[in-house]
Design a protein around this ligand. Structure first.
Ligand code: GDP
Ligand code: CA
Length: 308
């Protein structure tokens, strides 16, 4: 069994490859829920939705989130009512949030709700929220304290980050199915996701970090940075804000002691020696996942690294 720690877009793209190589008995996906928020009274789980929509083949590939060909009539009407509309919710996308919220109100857990959504969208692989308890990522910035989506979507990550806090992570109980999967796993993959707000948030749940630390399985991470730049998103800015060099070496320093192997991009080959000195193996390869073939190739290489 292989366990993948996943954020949103970067993880989803990697999983498009990996799910073609591993059947559902051999793969468990652990999703970040620190980005979750309430919009118009609805529970929105952006990373879960990106994973679900992508694996169901209905994601808007260009944006990386939301549904292909969605319309925005609902949001437009909200605007007419003078409501804030910076968090984009498409009309069909809205269905997911309405259904999730109504099932949660009927006392289903987020894990059960996600399972239900996946069943109807015919997703074979298990996608587990890291916890069913609320954890909220909060950004301390030069403009004050912002909820993650306020920082990410409303402010378009233009403000300077000083600190990142995962509110609730100390008391959040790890999803028991996640702990079981980690214990049974013979390979753990840290997807090419944001190392602070995606992977870092999952690892902020003490029980999950401990279970990964205790596990004898091999652990491989893929760098989300190429030549010091994220393919999209604020990973470099957040790292810099926390005093971590935004580079393959910076990624290695974050995951030091936790992983056996780091996969970095061929554009970053000059970091090979420095990364090895941090006590991990390094694999240099093409990590840009522009095509399905590239995604599968990267997934194959990671699976090989887990078997070493
Ligand atoms: P979010 O929660 O939707 O922001 O997504 P994630 O945290 O999963 O992923 C964001 C990260 O994915 C960014 O830092 C990107 O650089 C990374 N990413 C996206 N596409 C690729 C790719 O093709 N290759 C690599 N190496 N990283 C990617
Ligand atoms: Ca996210």
């Amino acid at each position: 069994m292989i366990v993948v720690l996943a954020g949103g877009v970067g993880a989803a793209r990697f999983l498009q490859g990996l799910t073609r190589l591993l059947d559902s008995e051999r793969l468990v996906i652990v999703a970040n829920t620190g980005d979750d928020l309430e919009v118009y009274g609805l529970h929105v789980s952006p990373d879960l939705d990106t994973l679900v929509y992508t694996l169901a083949g209905i994601v808007d590939e260009e944006k990386g989130w939301g549904l292909k060909g969605d319309t925005f009539n609902f949001l437009e009407m909200m605007g007419e009512y003078g409501q804030e509309t910076w968090f984009r919710i498409g009309d069909r996308d809205l269905t997911t949030h309405v259904l999730r919220t109504s099932l949660l109100r009927r006392n289903l857990s987020l894990t059960e709700v996600t399972r239900e959504l996946c069943r109807h969208l015919k997703i074979q692989h298990e996608i587990l929220p890291m916890t069913d308890d609320p954890v909220r990522t909060v950004m301390h910035t030069d403009e004050g304290v912002l909820d993650f989506q306020e920082y990410f979507v409303k402010r378009r990550f233009e403000v300077e980050v000083k600190n990142v806090v995962f509110i609730g992570s100390e008391s959040a109980r790890p999803n028991p199915d996640v702990l079981e999967a980690i214990t049974e796993s013979n390979g753990i993959i840290l997807a090419p996701s944001n190392p602070i707000v995606s992977i870092g948030c999952i690892l902020s749940i003490q029980g999950i970090r401990e279970a990964i630390g205790k596990s004898r399985a091999r652990k491989v991470a893929i760098s989300p940075l190429i030549s010091g730049k994220p393919v999209r998103g604020p990973a470099d800015r957040i790292m810099r804000g926390l005093g971590i060099e935004p580079s393959a070496l910076g990624i290695a320093s974050i995951y030091k002691g936790l992983i056996n192997t780091l996969v970095i991009d061929k554009e970053d080959s000059h970091f090979e020696d420095a990364v090895q000195k941090l006590g991990m193996e390094i694999i240099v390869t093409e990590t840009r996942m522009d095509t399905l073939e590239a995604k599968i190739k990267l997934a194959e290489l990671v699976l090989r690294a887990l078997r070493r």
